[in-house]
Design a protein around this ligand. Structure first.
Ligand code: EPU
Length: 302
């Protein structure tokens, strides 16, 4: 979708929005899949309610994008514009055991910054790609750690009420790859309260998790991490593997040879290919094991 109205474009500029017209989401998402649309980079949190009002009053549909690491976007020209937070400098501020982090901050960099200040707890998250905002919304986790465990406060734009609010950690529920945020809420910043730990000890934990990840996941390839959530008491990756589906593909969308719950874009996969592969694998697992696998990847259909 293109914004062409000159008045709207000028107002967006006044609100601190940097517009990249006809941006390709193929270049932004980790899967390397997605059509084109106008990308609005927001440099000021406070202006978000006004930006939303402006778009709504001009009939321009929109979506909020985090880092694009857990996202499958439709092909071709997209029927909505995409908003993304610009990264402020600094994006991580540490005082005592509290790290105040902008939602646009890179998650891995945040873990390392905190480690340098002798703040640990998040070692398992080191290789999880994407932004802190995306990790928060999904309650990202790995190796027994979930980001929700450390959340003290979240600043969020509430899509329903159209206001910016600060929520205490205990006002939010964090479950396995799920939070109580609404789909149209946009994470803006978070205060994490982290346990003190010597830097060397944290580094050791980080190394162990990195090695485990390298040994079991297709790190150099285009993927959105795990495609399906694990059903209670079962492993989606193991079931797909047991069905002999590693390497199974639709076009260039392929079940990874390394970890069967990672579906990779092995060339020029389209969203159509990837969605067909997801549907096919889901059906096979349902038939063989009776589990209806739920997507972990977020899908933006056009
Ligand atoms: N397994 C296989 N074949 C495979 C993949 C896995 O047999 O192709 C077996 C493994 O040998 C192991 C079991 O399945 O016995 C579980 O595998 P793994 O330890 O790799 O963990 P997972 O349940 O597949 C989860 C998270 C990952 C996270 C890892 C490490 C989900 C859906 N996935 O994977 O998170 O990195 O644990 O903690 O919860 C993500 O969220 O995108 C993600 C990659």
């Amino acid at each position: 979708m293109r914004i062409e109205d000159k008045k709207v474009l000028a107002t967006l500029r006044d609100l601190g929005v940097e517009l990249k017209s006809a941006a390709s989401l193929t270049d932004i998402t980790y899967l390397g899949i997605g059509g084109t649309t106008d990308l609005l980079r927001l440099t000021r949190h406070e202006s978000i309610p006004e930006v939303v009002k402006l778009l709504e009053s001009n009939g321009i549909p929109f979506k909020f994008l985090g880092g694009g690491s857990n996202l499958l976007v439709a092909d071709n020209v997209l029927p909505w514009v995409v908003m993304q937070l610009a990264q402020p400098d600094p994006d991580v501020v540490i005082e005592g055991n509290i790290a105040t982090v902008d939602a646009a901050a890179d998650l891995g960099r945040t873990v390392t910054m905190c480690a340098k200040h002798d703040l640990g707890g998040m070692e398992g998250l080191i290789g999880v790609p994407g932004t802190v905002g995306g990790a928060l919304r999904m309650n990202a986790g790995a190796y027994g750690i979930q980001i929700g465990n450390y959340v003290r406060e979240v600043k969020v734009y509430r899509g329903g009420a159209r206001i910016i609010e600060t929520l205490k950690g205990d006002q939010i529920s964090f479950e396995y790859r799920h939070t109580s945020f609404a789909p149209d809420d946009m994470m803006l910043a978070v205060k994490l309260e982290l346990p003190s730990k010597p830097f060397r000890e944290i580094l050791q934990g980080i190394r162990i998790c990195n090695e485990k990840r390298r040994a079991s996941q297709p790190l150099g390839q285009k993927s959105a991490g795990c495609i399906f959530k694990n059903p209670p008491g079962a492993s989606a990756g193991r079931m797909i593997d047991e069905l002999g589906l590693k390497g199974f593909s639709v076009g260039d969308a392929r079940v990874s040879d390394r970890h069967a719950n990672f579906f990779v874009n092995a060339g020029k996969a389209s969203a159509r290919d990837m969605l067909a592969l997801i549907a096919d694998v889901r059906e096979r697992v349902q038939k063989a094991y009776g589990f209806e696998l739920e997507n972990e990847v977020v899908v933006w259909n056009a």
